[in-house]
Design a protein around this ligand. Structure first.
Ligand code: SAM
Length: 275
């Protein structure tokens, strides 16, 4: 395997071209070919850098087949850089499978780190950065979306979500229904001309942006569960919490579910007492 090449995983800017690192430019210049999510997007970056380089497309729907093509070329001695339209490959973007395929073939991989929206948004969110979870995009499928959000009830770490603007109003509604009112930062158009960091709450965000008026690329950074939990609750206390939620407009089933998650009591027991 002496003549085998290397796969470089190269981060590219998420908006501001000046964020491309000198090392990223050197690697893009030096490799034999570039595997790009969308060659039309990457050619603009290469033109900006004055680099001409053979490219092949590597995206979600051709990744299995193209991954093998890429690996075979690397095994034959070529060096390759994998890039996506913006940010780090492999983070809600193609690349993960390719790394696994390289591992299978014994191909060396090197990372050339660059900007990523998840870390950039977290840094400016004003929320706890010590421990966090990256949740990617919520599913468009109602059931898996609900299951995903419910699995995060009681999560203490800061949670980061990628979001598309046309889905924002649904997500804000789901956030408020699932987590109640808590801090939320919307990091919009990062590193671009109209960058905006909106430090708000789930309730206020739903009131202001629930109409879908907020446009552009955005990351949602949600505060973890900060409620101080007692060690033990009685059923009466759990029912009381649920009643308060109902008074705030929650449906009884949802109120019982939330009170159960806070108190550790059974949802059905709380619900039975409520009705
Ligand atoms: N791989 C990329 C990364 O490392 O950040 C993410 C790609 S993912 C397909 C695209 C999502 O990232 C967008 O829907 C948005 O949530 C987020 N994003 C990308 N660029 C952004 C920017 N400049 N400002 C805010 N969010 C951004």
């Amino acid at each position: 395997m002496e003549n085998t090449g290397i796969l470089y995983v190269v981060g590219t800017p998420i908006g501001n071209l000046s964020d491309l690192s000198p090392r990223a430019a050197q690697v893009l210049e030096s490799v034999d070919f570039i595997a790009a999510e969308d060659t039309r997007v990457t050619v603009k970056l290469l033109n900006h850098l004055g680099i001409k380089k053979p490219m092949i497309s590597y995206f979600e729907h051709n990744k299995q087949f193209k991954g093998e093509v890429i690996c075979k070329r690397i095994l034959a001695g070529e060096n390759c850089a994998v890039v996506t339209d913006a940010g780090m490959p492999c983070i809600s973007d193609p690349g993960e499978e390719l790394i696994k395929q390289c591992e299978g073939f014994g191909i060396k991989t090197e990372v050339v780190p660059g900007p990523s929206a998840v870390i950039s948004a977290l840094c400016v969110s004003g929320l706890s950065t010590g421990r966090f979870t990256f949740e990617g995009f919520l599913s468009v499928n109602k059931k898996s979306r609900r299951e995903h959000l419910e699995s995060l009830m009681g999560e203490k770490r800061t949670m980061i979500f990628y979001e598309a603007p046309h889905k924002l109003s649904n997500t804000l509604r789901d956030f408020y229904e699932t987590f109640g009112d808590r801090k939320l930062t919307i990091a919009r158009e990062l590193t671009k001309l109209h960058e905006e960091i909106i430090r708000t709450t789930t309730k206020e965000a739903l009131e202001r942006y629930g109409d879908g008026s907020l446009k552009g690329e955005m990351v949602l950074v949600l505060e973890g569960d900060t409620a101080v939990k007692k060690d033990e609750y009685t059923l009466e206390e759990a029912v009381e919490i649920a009643r308060n939620l109902i008074n705030e407009g929650e449906k009884p089933t949802e109120a019982a579910k939330k009170a159960a998650s806070v108190t550790g009591m059974k949802k059905n027991d709380i619900y039975r007492e409520l009705i």
